[in-house]
Design a protein around this ligand. Structure first.
Ligand code: PLP
Length: 409
């Protein structure tokens, strides 16, 4: 198993989340499984970032990581901007109290009515293609709204060691770097409010040096493109890609070193970016470690000498922990017995499986846990990002998981 995120403690053997006992949280929810998100951990993470990132670098939340409405409302008060990727996310961001001028909308395949909703809200569209730029200009013209448009650039480099590459080579995302300046010039000539560049090179990187290199390359690319446009971009969205440790051997990124290096890169930036603002857009780094998926043991059985604990949750809620969300080799997310937290493991490993009738539904392979019986609560960590909203909840007809945010006053 990978490391349990720091900050989780126990009281009389019961895992505490946001200062509350896991069993009490399950009782309060009335049903297992449930996702619990700790607001305090999210606040601390944002505060840590603010402390080390250079002044003038805004923080954006990429809300596809976790769109739970109370969590969005928390985020609305913590970060500078929201990055959305559909009209549905746009509506949720607005409902959470984020004003349109703090929202940017990226993502391929925006439909006309989604572009229209973004323009009406005063959000910035991060344009993914030449065709999308034309449609946005035409829709803005019809609505008589001056559109706020940025160009998403498919960078000519990638984020090394990234779990999910979204730049470098042929990609459905963004306008190729060698055409991006021409698109921006066209937007400006058409009378749009050009908001700048959106350059996102990848996701889930744990190699701090690679992040530092990527950020320097991003600043350099933004400068080169801006020179070609002949105007200073109001905003350069530098992307994100900050990863969190999930698996054995994973270690947290060196946030301070990354912040220092970004500060130096920005201090040295060319005049073409002199008055630009900058932003980082982060999803999982803000929320993944603050979430725990709690699921109850229904059955314990032995098959051909192997022990299984069958829980009432599974991949329909927490697909990523089952290893079926973009991983090549299945590895265990950190998990624990919430009601015997920190107690010694037995010498007989147990395989934790979900309640779905498919061999894909595995939450932990041969895990060392304290002795386990029906009624126990299993905690699967790193459930704060790409959990409930990134799982096939309708598969096999079980009820959706409850979600709660704790630690809010
Ligand atoms: C998914 C995505 C993010 C968030 O990625 P994380 O790995 O969760 O930080 C940020 N920006 C864009 C454009 C994305 O598609």
């Amino acid at each position: 198993m990978g490391p349990i995120p720091p900050g989780f403690e126990s009281e009389e053997g019961m895992l505490l989340i946001g200062g509350r006992g896991a069993a009490a949280l399950a009782d309060e929810a009335g049903e297992t499984p449930l996702f619990v998100y700790d607001a305090g951990m999210i606040r601390r993470r944002v505060a840590d970032l603010r402390e080390v990132m250079p002044g003038g670098v805004g923080l954006h939340y990429a809300m596809k990581a976790n769109p739970f409405p109370p969590l969005l409302a928390l985020m609305a008060g913590l970060v500078d901007g929201f990055d959305v990727a559909s009209a549905g996310e746009l509506a949720r961001a607005l409902e959470a109290g984020v004003t349109g001028d703090r929202i940017s909308f990226a993502g391929p395949g925006k439909r006309d009515r989604e572009i229209e909703a973004a323009l009406l809200a005063g959000a910035t569209l991060n344009l993914e293609s030449v065709g999308e730029a034309e449609r946005a200009l035409a829709i803005a013209d019809r609505l008589a709204i001056p559109p706020r448009l940025a160009v998403r650039v498919n960078p000519d480099f990638e984020l090394k060691g990234s779990g999910m590459r979204m730049g470098g080579g042929a990609k459905p995302f963004g306008v190729d770097a060698d055409r991006a300046a021409a698109v921006a010039r066209h937007l400006i000539a058409a009378g749009a409010e050009w908001r700048g560049w959106h350059i996102f090179a990848g996701s889930q990187a744990l190699d701090s040096e690679a992040i530092i290199e990527m950020q320097a390359a991003t600043v350099a690319l933004a400068a080169r493109l801006s020179d070609a446009v002949g105007e200073t971009p109001p905003l350069v969205n530098l992307g994100g890609g900050f990863g969190v440790p999930y698996f054995p051997g994973d270690a947290p990124i060196a946030l301070e070193a990354i912040g220092d290096a970004l500060g130096e890169a920005l201090d040295r930036r060319p005049a073409s970016l002199g008055s630009s603002d900058f932003a980082l857009e982060l999803g999982r780094y803000l929320v993944a470690e603050a979430g725990v998926y709690l699921t109850r043991v229904v059955d314990v059985k032995t098959s051909q000498g192997e022990r299984f604990a069958v829980v009432d949750g599974g991949l329909h809620h927490q697909l990523a922990a089952s290893g079926n969300f973009g991983t090549v080799v299945r590895r265990n997310y950190p998990l624990a017995l919430a009601n015997r937290f920190g107690m010694p493991a037995t010498d007989q490993p147990v395989t934790v499986v979900g309640c779905l009738c498919t061999p894909l539904d595995r939450l932990g392979d041969a895990v060392a846990l304290p002795s386990i019986v029906p009624g126990d609560l299993v905690a699967v960590f790193l459930a704060g990002a790409y959990g409930a909203s990134a799982s096939p909840a309708a598969f096999l007809g079980h009820a959706p998981a409850t979600e709660i945010l704790v630690g809010e006053d």
